[in-house]
Design a protein around this ligand. Sequence first.
Ligand code: MN
Length: 258
Amino acid sequence: MARRTARKLPLILISNDDGVSAPGIRALAKALERLGEVWVVAPEIEQSGMSHALTLSRPLRLREHAPRVWALDGTPADCTYVALHHATLLPRPPSVVVSGINMGLNLGTDVFYSGTVAAAREGALRGVPAMAFSMPARGNAGACAVRARAMVARLLAWREANPTAAAPLVNVNFPDGRAKGVRACSLGVREYENLVEIRNDPRGRQYLWIGGPSVVGSPAEGTDTAAYEAGYVSVTTLRLDLGRDPGDALALALAKRA
Ligand code: MN
């Protein structure tokens, strides 16, 4: 009578924006192998700051980089999209999409620009629970990956207990050095020096570099930016229903006939 428990291991899809050979991806893949069958689909080259861009105007090339590791010459969101919808790439749909571990933080308003978060978000938008992990650029990927594994294990357990709940999108950042602990946070604000640097190329033509370094602000209590500055791992659930409130006063005012 006992039902044969031919249960398959959960399939774990890993991506990020740092490129298929990035140490953060490799550390994460190694750590998560204990939880399930790990597949990597990641950009051929670094795609930081690409947010949720999809490549719709040119063909994409998929290359087998190693067993169960594929490189795509597209964006992070392309990678998740292809992994989820390609008819023969993965043997079955993933139970979770994990993005990272990114070399560089994705705190607060960074999530709007982040390719790391977008690779995970593409999973959540398609109904697959997703987590994004980021660490300081000179962080210890191996140590962070071990902590990431514990959180992914809990997310998988949560999914087993809540199979019909909307797929969550969770953003995690590791602090510099040894973490004092883990905090559940709201999303903070991250400020950068706004910069357009104008230079001249050897042929006398102008070119621009945009984007300045981040500036230390005074983050509001309870935010991920505050947790980071206090030396804690931050865990933030990101809402996908950005425009839920139908009674927003400004929208009502603008919708009024003039
Ligand atoms: Mn990156």
